[in-house]
Ligand binder design. Sequence first.
Ligand code: AMP
Length: 552
Amino acid sequence: MRPGSGRAVDEMYGLMQEHALALPLVLRRVERYFGHKRVVTGRVGGESTATWAGVCARTRRLAAVLDRLGVPGGARVGTFGWNSQRHVELYLAVPCSGRVLHTINHRLFHEQIRYIVDDAADDVLFVDRSLLPAVWPLAESFTSPRHVVVMDDGADAPLPDDPRILDYETLLAEVTPFGGEFAIADENTAAALCYTSGTTGNPKGVLYSHRSMVLHALLLLMTDTFGIGERDVVMPVVPMFHVNAWGLPYAAMLCGADLILPGPATRPEELVSQLERHRVTFTGAVATVWRGLEPLLAGHDLSALRMIICGGGAVDDALSRSYERAVGIPLTNAWGMTETSPVVTVSRPATVHDDLDPDARRAVIGSPGPAIPLTELRLAGDDGAEIPWDGVTPGELQASGPTIAARYAGEELPGPAFTGDGWLRTGDVATIDAHGYVRIVDRTKDLVKSGGEWISSVELEVAIMADPRVAEAAVIGVAHPRWGERPVAYVVPKPGAGLTSEDVREHLTSHVARWWIPEQVIFITEIPKTATGKFSKRQLRLQHQHDVSPEE
Ligand code: AMP
């Protein structure tokens, strides 16, 4: 109230309509305005095309199926799926009907999947038929899911004879579609859940709200973010189980872009042909995917592409240069985390970069860039004090904003990943220049990012040391031309054990996922330690740079 104005007390507040920022707004928009636009899904041996109108109609059926299965409001609905139309239907029906969409990475090790499904207490699971062989063997040990709904993607994986197994299309055909208006009264209601690997211990759940997801979708449309609009043909190669495919499906719905979903057709030849055939204008994936496509670029017309996001890790300049030559545009880097919805920075050359030569401009585009609106960043030193934005002094990157997690699912209070004043500690070490352009220079979290997926070095060490022939083991991540990073194990064998690197790898096969197993096992007499007796990974990284022999 303005002092002395005599206005009613309620005019301390603006007099605008209180309207929940919730996903039904997105659904209504794509249904009403963009019903004629396309959603294409790659299938085993072909592809299928639907309109957004068709997708929305099936979404209404799916919401009725969830009711019929008795899935309570607020319950978690787990998905194991490729990027597909049906997964989009789940993206809409589950949160818009008041349940929580829980996307699960089927590539995780069995123990992690089991933990995640139980921790989330998923009431029902939706599984692509081609992924059933990976998921069904675990079904006996899941405690919560009452049903497993199979989405037939053309794979010939056998269907178990079990009363819990239901068929997606049969269920959809049997119900009367939900005919009302989807409504979420409180915009802070949980909408989606995604687990992320911690350095140690179990994966942690990040619980997105309707509000955070709507804001994130809007932010992706901004010109200086991805600038996605109705004329775009958007192809998320980034999996729909990874932070909602970076929010791209919701952004496409909000503005009515065509959506091209690769389905299980994710081999480089298949991806490049989809990009070409559908005249895709906007796409996003991790560097390993773009590296896989690089040799095929010359044989395809990808001239419709206006932006290729290479996120989740650093962009290598040689790769970006290849794209610039072959496609006409370099790779654009973006930084984010599961905890940050995920997009926080996107690099767009600003007016201050106008005088740069092409190589320097490509370097700007290939680095994380400045924060998009609404998220604030800061750098903190070891003592917690803020570090100036001088472009050279590194500090821990911390983030705050309405699309950033406040704490993990199941935590009463924010844990050590959050500062006392509520900012997210990212575990990345960065510099920020005077114009806000971020560069990632190191990582404090003890994780290795291989092909866009996390490997916990601490868990690998524990698994290696579970072998009685091993005295000590430490794992570091090293740069790798294909996967971005790979783990390298330094192992101290027990005297007389006669251990070989093959023995170590063989032992690991029953402890961790196959892709976690280090190609390189290096035997040493002692792991270097810090003053407090911890493994000195920094020392080990330096040592690795000097190591000449690649094996043993
Ligand atoms: P995730 O939660 O799996 O999406 O992983 C997030 C982490 O990936 C970040 O904390 C960084 O360590 C890494 N990361 C993401 N984007 C970038 C980037 N543009 N450059 C370097 N590292 C990145």
